[in-house]
Design a protein around this ligand. Structure first.
Ligand SMILES: Nc1ncnc2c1ncn2[C@@H]1O[C@H](COP(=O)(O)OP(=O)(O)OP(=O)(O)O)[C@@H](O)[C@H]1O
Ligand SMILES: [Mg+2]
Length: 254
C-alpha cells in the first residue's frame, strides 16, 4: 500500500557542546492511509518532540519526511496544516485565552480558505456534537470557563473539523476521567472508520495503544527500539524495555 507519511532517519538535537541532547535519533517509519500507529515510551523518551517535528512546529537536525510522496518541507505550512492536525496533552496552553470557543474554531476554519458563514457554523456545530459537547452551551465560553475535559474535547473538535488526512494526538486523554477517556478513544476509532484518517497516537499507556492501534512504535531515549503489529509487540515483545513498559500494566502481567 502507498504510504501517507514516510519518516526517514529523523533526528533532533537540543543544545550544543557538552550539553547536547539528542531528543530524537534516527527515527524511521511509515504510515499507511487509515492506519493508527501508537507511539509509546516513558517520560522524556522523545514522543512529543517527534510529534512536533512531524507537525513542523520544530525543525529537524537530521532526516527527511514525505507526505503522499512529496517532500514535506516543500509544502507550504498552511497547506500542510490542512492535512496534518494535532491534539496536545495540555489544551490550556494551546488556547488563546482571550478567544471564545466560537472564535477559536472560526480561526482554525480559516485554514480552509473562504467558507460561507452557514457552512462555518454547520461544521463547528457538527464537530462539537461529535465530541459530545452541546454547541449552545459552549460556543460563547472562554477557556477558563471550561473544565479540563471540555477543553480537551474542544481541541479534538477543532482538529477533526478540518478533516485532516493525518491526526497526531499527544496524550489526548490525560486530562479526562475514565468514561470520557473511552469516549475519546472510540471517537478516534470512528474517525478512522468514517473518514479514513490516519492517526499517530502518542501515549505512555500501552493498554490504550493496544486498544486503539494497528501498530506500535516503542521509543526509548529518542530511538525507536521496537516496532510491529500491536499483538506481536504486546504478546511477544523482544526488547527488555518494552517488557518493562508492559509489566506496568496489570492486565498484561505474566
Ligand atoms: N525545546 C527543548 N529544549 C531542550 N530540550 C528539550 C526541548 N524539548 C524537549 N527537550 C528534551 O527532549 C527530551 C524528550 O522530551 P519529550 O518532550 O519529547 O519527551 P516525551 O516522551 O514527550 O515525555 P512525556 O511523556 O513526559 O511527555 C527530554 O529530555 C526533554 O527535556
Ligand atoms: Mg510528551
Amino acid at each position: 500500500m502507498k504510504s501517507l507519511l514516510e519518516v526517514e532517519a529523523l533526528g533532533r538535537t537540543f543544545g550544543s557542546g557538552k550539553r547536547t541532547l539528542q531528543a530524537v535519533k534516527g527515527v524511521t517509519f511509515s504510515l499507511a492511509p487509515g492506519e493508527i500507529v501508537a507511539v509509546v515510551g516513558e517520560s522524556g523518551s522523545g514522543k512529543s518532540t517527534l510529534a512536533r517535528l512531524i507537525l513542523r512546529l520544530l525543525s529537524p537536525t537530521q532526516g527527511q519526511m514525505r507526505l503522499e510522496g512529496r517532500d514535506v518541507f516543500r509544502i507550504p505550512l498552511r497547506a500542510y496544516w490542512r492535512m496534518v492536525q494535532a491534539v496536545f496533552q495540555d489544551p490550556y496552553s494551546s488556547f488563546n485565552q482571550f478567544y471564545s470557543v466560537r472564535r477559536l474554531l472560526q480561526k482554525s476554519l480559516g485554514l480552509l480558505g473562504p467558507l460561507s458563514s452557514q457552512e462555518r457554523e454547520a461544521r463547528i456545530r457538527t464537530a462539537l456534537q461529535s465530541v459530545g459537547l452541546e454547541p449552545e452551551g459552549i460556543l460563547g465560553k472562554y477557556p477558563h470557563q471550561l473544565s479540563g475535559g471540555q477543553r480537551q474535547r474542544v481541541m479534538i473538535a477543532r482538529a477533526i473539523m478540518l478533516r485532516p488526512r493525518l491526526l497526531i494526538t499527544d496524550e489526548p486523554t490525560s486530562a479526562l476521567d475514565a468514561s470520557l477517556r473511552a469516549t475519546v478513544l472510540n471517537l478516534l476509532k470512528d474517525l478512522r472508520q468514517e473518514q479514513g484518517t490516519s492517526i499517530i497516537f502518542i501515549t505512555h499507556d500501552i493498554g490504550q495503544a493496544y486498544y486503539l492501534s494497528d501498530r506500535i512504535l516503542v521509543m526509548h531515549q529518542g530511538e525507536v527500539v521496537e516496532e510491529g503489529p500491536v499483538e506481536r509487540v504486546v504478546e511477544q515483545s523482544q526488547h527488555p524495555y518494552t517488557k518493562r513498559l508492559l509489566s506496568d500494566v496489570p492486565r498484561f502481567h505474566g
